[in-house]
Design a protein around this ligand. Structure first.
Ligand code: BV8
Ligand code: ZN
Length: 261
């Protein structure tokens, strides 16, 4: 059922109220209203010449370490300046309403954690965990937040203090495997849940995009929150076409899980 305004299908409100195990699966759209560019439009300035999928790769980092490191440092500064929005806060509030809630995100920002969500599973790593590209030693930025390097700045990555190799962003690039534990826990949660909410993702990147399909195959209710249609529209039980920062609070209110605000 496709909703283009704030009324929430009663069947979805009831499913959310009665669910005992919920998975909230998020993509860049959940952080859009915090001012963080979504993945595909994060490529402004210098990077408009690159395709995100081409830039977020080990090959690009080897060939253009200064462009790739500059892009991630700009995104890390953007993430540290951003604030959780009502969508992040509603997801954190849901976990305080009795059901077991597992947040599985494709995002590399830390806004779910800063909104109060615990145990967030990051399938694609984090901007806030840079590490040595050779020995894996974590790298602690001296200045947090870094002064904004500005869009399009080329910055050579720092050298690892232990072995001297270049430090790399702590994200999962295309062609790299997902962190085994996070992926295993995410699959387990999707298999066991009664309800999976897919929020703000284009549902195009695998294997992450398998999660809603896995939940469906095990009989869960699947609902999507996204202003645009995605490949999941055809399979989801409910498609709420609108912005997450409006629709997630509305969903909690319609389910009687939020009494105010
Ligand atoms: C792997 C971290 C194998 C980096 C990211 C062909 C078929 C199937 C798969 C493949 C294939 N060819 C290659 C592959 C594999 C590839 C892949 O899936 N490619 C795709 C493009 C076809 N996958 C991989 O490489 C993965 N690894 O497969 O490994 C392997 C196995 C064994 C051994 C070795 C290797 C790794 C993928 C991870 C890549 N890293 N991110 C970084 O951030 O820089 S992916 C990146 O894009 C994001 O993290 C995100 O996960 C993904 C998609 O982005 P979204 O989050 O969905 O954001 P997007 O901008 O796309 O969409 C935003 C959505 O929000 C939109 O729908 C918009 O409408 C909506 N929105 C906007 N505003 C709002 C909103 N929604 C709600 N409210 C709003 N206000
Ligand atoms: Zn090292």
């Amino acid at each position: 059922m496709t909703t283009t305004h704030q009324d929430i299908p009663p069947a979805l409100a009831r499913a959310l109220r009665e669910a005992r195990r919920i998975v909230v699966f998020t993509g860049a759209g959940v952080s859009a209203e915090s001012g963080i560019a979504t993945f595909r439009d994060a490529l402004t300035g210098l990077w408009s010449r690159f395709d995100a999928q081409a830039l977020a790769t080990p090959e690009a980092f080897r060939a253009h370490p200064d462009v790739v490191w500059g892009w991630y440092e700009w995104r890390r500064a953007q993430s540290l300046r951003a604030r959780p929005n009502p969508a992040h806060l509603a997801i954190a509030e849901l976990a305080r309403r009795g059901a077991e809630v597992t947040v599985v995100t494709q995002n590399v920002d830390d806004l779910h954690e800063r909104a109060g969500s615990a145990g967030v599973l990051h399938l694609h790593g984090s901007l806030h965990a840079p590490r040595c590209s050779a020995c894996g030693q974590p790298w602690r930025p001296e200045a947090d937040p870094p002064e904004d390097p500005g869009e399009g700045r080329r910055i050579m990555p720092p050298a690892c203090g232990a072995c001297g190799a270049p430090v790399r962003p702590g994200v999962v690039w295309f062609g790299e495997s997902l962190p085994a534990r996070a992926w295993q826990e995410a699959r387990g949660a999707a298999e066991r849940c009664d309800l999976l909410l897919s929020v703000g993702t284009s549902a195009l990147v695998y294997p992450a995009a398998e999660l809603p399909l896995l939940a469906l195959s095990k009989g869960a209710v699947v609902a999507q929150v996204n202003p645009a249609a995605t490949p999941l529209d055809a399979r989801a039980h409910h498609n709420l076409h609108g912005p997450a920062a409006t629709l997630l609070p509305a969903l909690l209110r319609a389910s009687g899980l939020r009494h105010s605000g």
